[in-house]
Design a protein. Sequence first.
Length: 308
Amino acid sequence: MLLLLATALLCTESQPTAVEWERARSAPRSYASDFFVFIGECEGRRAVFAADFNRGKKDSKAQNEQWFVLHIEKQGWAELAGGGEYKVKGAEPLALRDSAQYSFSGDDAQGWTLKGSAQHPGLSTQALQARSAQRNEKGVFARSSGPAALTWKDRTYVGAALREFTLLPGMNLITDPDAGLFGDGWNGLYALRGRGDKAELVVFHQTGGELKSLLNPCTGFVATSPTLELAKANFRADAWEQAAGFFRWPGRWRVDPLPNSGRIEVKLEERDTLISWVVGGACVAIARGEMQLADQKLELYGLAQVVR
């Protein structure tokens, strides 16, 4: 435990340490996730892509699941088949392994390549810069980002990508989902501020529950150099819309105050419901609005991820 605490204090990189990996592999239950998000543009039309690759370990058995979404501006959400559980033979539990839809190569230092099948977009990134990393007895939650390109059909979209890595020793969110894990939910914003070569990636989330000590209840960053941290802000959701059950989806987010008298306000449009229970669910939407820092106000456009 002392070694783990020392590692948590000294390590700020986005990759888990050997000690952290060993702790997860030796636990009866563990969970790892790589979540990739891309926002970019081709000939004036923007694309938003997200892909989540989750691995679980329970005793000697391993689980793998994936989901992905793609939105093309003025065309809507594309239909991408193959989401859900997939089998991997002989794979080490928690390792990121290929599926029928995607094969993986690279790392943060070299850049990532997600090679999609003929029916799935491909993503390639340059080297990803570590932006934030939280680690404690609950696990590791780290974010890195950098320039990237998405290929889909006959187009190449140029923009930025985020990798969000989670490692949770002691729990398996695939086999044993916990309704109290995120408290009153998860609200995640992944967007570009501005357009063209000067666009900057903006990431922000709000959550609670059992993992708030690891995830931080309300935080984010702007991918400037150096990274501009967004912390200690007030998050407000409103413009609620009734879901297919006894709960509602937010239609707008507001975040303030940010550094330099800044604020964020986005509308959640073109919602795509991924999961709907009677009392909750998960969805994605297009986040469209603006972000102000000091006297500069620029457009925000990207992905909103909501778990209720």
